[in-house]
Design a protein around this ligand. Sequence first.
Ligand SMILES: CC(C)(COP(=O)(O)OP(=O)(O)OC[C@H]1O[C@@H](n2cnc3c(N)ncnc32)[C@H](O)[C@@H]1OP(=O)(O)O)[C@@H](O)C(=O)NCCC(=O)NCCS
Length: 192
Amino acid sequence: MNETIQTERLLLRPFEEGDYPLLLKIARDPDTVKYLYYWGLPGVTPEKDASRFLHHALAERQKQPVTLFEYCVLLKETGQPIGEVSAEKYENGDAGIGWILLPEFRGRGYAVEAGRAMMDFSFTHWQETQRAVAYCDTRNGPSRRVMERLGMGLADIEKGARPDKGDGFRGDEATYVLSRVDWVRRKKSGGA
Ligand SMILES: CC(C)(COP(=O)(O)OP(=O)(O)OC[C@H]1O[C@@H](n2cnc3c(N)ncnc32)[C@H](O)[C@@H]1OP(=O)(O)O)[C@@H](O)C(=O)NCCC(=O)NCCS
């Protein structure tokens, strides 16, 4: 399997040890981790978050078969690392996709471009997968917009399903879904 995925403007490749500085940058920005499920939990330092993520991503790649693909997102033109995207096969057969961008690279459509690649990867790599799903805190407007631009529809909102980030509040979780049938239909019509 070719480990690198190319899109119009981006290169997606598996994480490497040398990506720690990117992950630390993500972990150190309170605005970036605010709505992330596993990052910025009370009592966990950014250094710990970054190394936990990296070691988990590397370990998952060693499994057979791989059920979690974590990709470092780089700008094709400069090779600059700008974020992370993922595709994960869940036990129920769904494929979960996710994205994080450094703040200075937002507002240019990179998350949708990389997210679309993860959606396509999920449906082609896991032929039996019938649904691509994505989860976010309902307050995470930018992430919800990415999901909508990918053609996903809101399927569920679960009250209080997000973790308490130290302020005693648990946010609600939105679940967005795109079925394989609708993905094929969108592809045929030239959509995302
Ligand atoms: C979620 C996140 C990745 C979204 O990033 P983003 O920059 O808003 O998303 P995109 O890269 O797809 O950019 C879309 C925006 O770029 C604009 N844009 C500019 N040029 C564009 C182009 N060439 N193509 C497409 N969109 C373009 C779009 O209009 C859109 O703006 P809008 O949302 O204000 O309407 C980002 O907010 C983030 O990293 N947040 C922190 C981590 C996080 O919460 N991750 C999700 C966890 S569920």
